[in-house]
Design a protein around this ligand. Structure first.
Ligand code: GRF
Length: 202
């Protein structure tokens, strides 16, 4: 199976996926890491690990539709079975999302359906929730609303700041995202009536 990973910055989730795929010898290869920003530091790790990289800079395109069309062409050049959004900070068009229906995953740093959108850790602190976390989900047209594959919860502690809380969540992201992607490449995931089923007998 071919996996294409999209990043916009640090790429620590991408790194966790690459490391797990190698260490656990997944029946898959990371075919490419693609960034919409030339300065994404994650591109360095990918290149150092012999993974093809590409940059499709959204600022070079006049509209979202043109950017998504160019991005799709580059992604499809790597013949992906799965597209993994890993800190990819662009809202995608319906056409693009439809093209990868059932084969594009995202990780969102909250316990969805709580706190979709940006600044999730600040949202969680402001709401005073006792638990926060992260969610892996299939990407659908509605932002941060696709069928959920995995979640991890962490406690919110009395002295937490955005920095301490986000670090605690990120550690769990690095556990659940590789696990969920592995389930996908092993053919364990099916979507029915908007819900994901994980078949552990496969
Ligand atoms: C992660 O918290 C991810 O959940 C969110 O953006 C952050 C990306 O971090 N979508 P990294 O680039 O994977 O280090």
């Amino acid at each position: 199976k071919n996996i294409v990973i999209l990043i916009s910055g640090r790429g620590s989730n991408m790194e966790a996926v690459v490391r797990a795929a190698q260490a656990e010898r997944w029946p898959a290869r990371i075919a490419a890491v693609i960034s919409n920003r030339a300065d994404a530091s994650g591109l360095v790790f990918a290149a150092e690990h012999g993974i093809p990289t590409a940059i499709v800079a959204n600022k070079d395109y006049a509209s979202r539709a043109e950017f998504d069309a160019a991005l799709q062409t580059v992604i499809d050049g790597f013949q992906p079975d799965l597209v993994v959004l890993a800190g990819f900070m662009r809202i995608l068009t319906e056409q693009f999302v439809a093209h990868y229906a059932g084969r594009m995953l995202n990780i969102h740093p909250s316990l969805l359906p709580l706190f979709p959108g940006l600044a999730t850790h600040a949202q969680a602190l402001a709401a005073g929730v006792a638990e926060h976390g992260a969610t892996v989900h299939f990407v659908t047209a509605e932002l941060d609303h696709g069928p959920m594959v995995a979640q991890a919860a962490v406690p919110v502690l009395p002295d937490d700041t955005v920095e301490t809380l986000s670090a605690r969540v990120l550690e769990q992201e690095h556990v659940i995202y590789p696990r969920a992607i592995r389930w996908f490449v092993e053919g364990k995931l099916t979507i029915a009536q908007g819900a994901v089923h994980v078949d552990h007998t496969k």
